[in-house]
Design a protein around this ligand. Structure first.
Ligand code: ZN
Length: 355
């Protein structure tokens, strides 16, 4: 391709994207020019590609010229640039995405710029830039095969929920997502609200062999968020019926007698734990199929150590910034370290409320 043909292709591609969506980035332009595949951009955002330029078909001087001309084109069209650094996600952890092999600051900046029409309002620009900066959703997979947790080595049967971290399966207990409750898809308003209120949330996917792609099964959200979302949706009789069905399912899954004994045991060890919280911990500990393979087996025999661990996990999730740290990509070990003294203080207060 001659130089003029290259410049024309860049201008045409950038124009086409600008006409379609009102703003354009170098990545959009390269995708439109068909030298960067959307599926590779997706993989890069999921942390599966080390740096973006690996996937761009143009290399070296040609790519350099293309990016330079793209900026000239934007200037000529009077477009307004906004800079943002997108986050990628691998399992529960997030990290800033890389563009170039050697992290060249000038070149990286070209990829971070998005050009808007001068007529775009501050609010429009902010919305687009925020959605671009945010890491993609946390995904949980409903597995079709037996697998083994890469951290605790527990055998996970078919239908276990897992997170993929660096390509390896990790159970929900190890990924610290096992306190979340399941919300099947089907009620769009409820799902939207529950996700909005949930500090930590994940989308559950299952591979459809017939359709050969992943299908959304529902969400994992925190219980308080689900309750708030449900109470907002309760105006609606359909939501009320769904609530009854979910309650029945939860009761079936839990063993009422064991849950009562667990509740008594928790209140004996932690007399200062508020009743509603003790009940919620006891119910979760007894529920089957919540993904906490090793822990729930111990919990079902009312091992006091397992109950202590369950209360500790509850405190970490409910009474500290832990979930928010995880959601912002802080890794589990660092997040646990940051909240350990707050957790200990709360447990101490609950164990000895008059102390
Ligand atoms: Zn595990």
């Amino acid at each position: 391709m001659g130089k003029w043909a290259l410049l024309e292709r860049i201008a045409d591609s950038a124009d086409a994207v600008l006409q379609r969506q009102g703003h354009v980035s170098a990545i959009d332009m390269l995708t439109q020019a068909r030298v960067l595949e959307p599926v590779h951009v997706q993989a890069w955002r999921r942390g599966r590609v080390e740096y973006l330029e690996q996937e761009i078909q143009w290399r070296g001087d040609k790519l350099g010229e293309a990016l330079e001309f793209f900026q000239v084109w934007a200037g000529r069209n009077g477009l307004r640039a906004e800079e943002s650094q997108p986050e990628g996600r691998d399992g529960a952890s997030t990290a800033p995405l890389r563009f170039t092999a050697n992290d060249d600051p000038a070149r990286d900046r070209v990829y971070r710029l998005r050009y808007f029409r001068p007529s775009a309002t501050d609010r429009e620009r902010r919305r687009i830039v925020d959605s671009e900066t945010a890491a993609p959703d946390l995904l949980v997979y409903d597995t079709l095969r037996d697998s083994v947790c890469g951290e605790c080595q527990a055998e996970l049967g078919k239908g276990a929920l897992i997170v993929l971290e660096k390509g390896a399966a990790v159970c929900l207990a190890c990924a610290d997502l096992d306190h979340l409750v399941w919300l099947p898809r089907g009620d769009a308003a409820l799902s939207r609200r529950a996700r909005k209120y949930s500090g930590l949330a994940a989308i559950v996917l299952r591979f459809s062999r017939a359709r050969k792609h992943y299908e959304r099964q529902g969400l994992l959200v925190d219980e308080a968020a689900l309750e708030r979302a449900e109470s907002e949706c309760l105006e609606d009789e359909a939501a009320r019926a769904a609530r009854r069905a979910r309650d029945a399912e939860r009761r079936d899954r839990g063993d009422a007698d064991l849950a009562r004994r667990a509740l008594d045991a928790i209140r004996t060890i932690f007399p200062g734990c508020p009743a509603a919280e003790a009940e919620s911990i006891a119910r979760h500990t007894m529920e089957r199929g919540s993904g906490r393979v090793g822990r729930s087996e111990a919990g079902r025999e009312l091992d006091p150590e397992a109950l202590r661990l369950a209360v500790r996990a509850h405190v970490r999730h409910r009474h500290t910034e832990y979930d928010s740290l995880l959601m912002h990509g802080v890794d589990r070990a660092a997040a646990r370290g940051a909240v350990v003294s707050a957790v200990d203080a709360k447990l101490h207060a609950w164990a000895d409320p008059n102390g």
